[in-house]
Design a protein. Sequence first.
Length: 171
Amino acid sequence: MQRRVQALRTKTIPTVIAVTVFMAAAMAVPGRALAQAPAAPAPPAGPPPIWTGSFGAGLALTSGNVDTSNFNLAAKATYDPMNPHQANLEALYLRGSSEGETIVSRTALTLRDDYSLTDRMFVFGRFGYLRDVFKGIDYLVKEILKEAGDAAVLEPDDARTAVRQAVAKLR
């Protein structure tokens, strides 16, 4: 038994040494076959897009004790031409029913337009439309304008005069 172990040691030790030397030499000598070409530089980034946006849709159907279905659509678009003007549009539609009877029917649309007068001051106009059958809302505009920080709501004729006066004070 000792002779077998001795024979294995004499055969294994030189093999381990040979494999170790070969691996060390292979790692130390750079091989051209394994080298990769350097990555090409990325092309220069272009200007950011003027229009950006997103869209979403959802559908949920359930059955069991009560059959329900819900459907929604949502969209958002932004127009930003990298000058003092920016416009945002958001839209939402919800519809839901339970046992064939409509329980949710809501449509919302918001349009906001910003205009920068200086680096620290801007004016904006916001229009919102909301229709919700179950809350009895045919359309809603004034309440959305009040959300803008209780800013003064100007009639279109007065708005031009007010903006011109504000710009004149800045100069």
